[in-house]
Design a protein around this ligand. Structure first.
Ligand SMILES: [Zn+2]
Length: 282
């Protein structure tokens, strides 16, 4: 999920340069990418760190640090972004197919850590970042109760620990061939629907290419919780396991130890928030 405030600065350049984002010390050696382009259900990767091997087996029990974006042990670099190691080959396949049809698939956003999401959350609650209503008008949070503030933020931003971007399986994408290098990506519906600049790319993906490569769009429709995000895709074979194992209990435990604004109200209403904003109904 992308934050509205981030949409004006969501160009890949800004995201990559973010100090909390895709730290280069976490990058795998380039040669590992060849090894990692095996199938996710292939044999263990000889010479890989324990974390990567465990990452390739994320159909089994996934530890809570990985579920809540509190570790990068299962991630590798793909085009300058950190992604789950099992997604390398599907992404390569999707990019190759896109290139053959004249599109240039790029990631605007991939992995985002718990700490990064926590900063976004606290900045929004405290007014350092804007929060908008459904019509794009900036809200004055001081006029709202804590509970109303939480709901207003969660329309656009995930609760720390509950972002699908914590997993490395979910990406905000765009077609670099449709715009010139100076274009500032907004990640707004007008870009991806109707006559929007990226609409042909997304229409092409929906033609069957996306599903055939194992991806889907968890925020395709507005169900009253999270606003629709056509640009957000998810690698289903791995992400569904993460989604199934991210329970209210795992989330509550992570949040309890975090310095998050409105913690008591969040924890007291976590069941409702979980059902409305975190569970993806398909
Ligand atoms: Zn997203």
């Amino acid at each position: 999920m992308a934050e509205l405030a981030d949409r004006t600065v969501c160009g890949s350049i800004f995201e990559v340069k973010d100090p909390d984002f895709n730290g280069p010390e976490q990058f795998m050696p380039k040669c590992m990418n060849n090894l990692l382009s095996r199938r996710a259900n292939g044999p263990l990767l000889i010479g890989c760190s324990a974390g990567i091997n465990a990452g390739m087996q994320d159909h089994l029990k996934i530890d809570s640090e990985r579920l809540t974006g509190s570790t990068q042990s299962h991630l590798v670099e793909w085009s300058g972004m950190l992604v789950h190691c099992a997604v390398i080959e599907p992404l390569n396949q999707l990019r190759q197919q896109a290139a053959e049809d004249g599109f240039d698939l790029r990631l605007c956003s991939s992995f985002r850590s718990f700490d990064r999401q926590l900063k976004i959350w606290n900045d929004k609650i405290s007014g350092l970042r804007p929060v908008y209503d459904d019509n794009g008008a900036r809200l004055d949070l001081t006029q709202l109760t804590e509970w109303q503030q939480i709901q207003a933020v969660m329309r656009w931003s995930a609760l720390p620990g509950a972002s699908r971007h914590h997993w490395g399986t979910d990406f905000d994408i765009y077609d670099a061939a449709a715009v010139d290098a100076s274009y500032q990506i907004q990640l707004v519906p007008e870009e991806v629907e109707g006559s929007g600049v990226f609409a042909p790319f997304h229409d092409w993906l929906d033609g069957s290419v996306l599903a055939a490569a194992g991806f889907y769009r968890p925020y395709a429709k507005d169900l009253g919780g999270i606003a629709p995000e056509r640009w957000h895709i998810s690698y289903r074979p791995v992400a569904e396991n993460y989604a199934a194992q991210l329970t209210i209990e795992v989330l509550a435990e992570r949040l309890a130890s975090a310095d998050i604004h409105h913690k008591e109200t969040v924890l007291a209403n976590l069941d409702e928030l979980f059902q409305r904003y975190i569970v993806v109904k398909s």
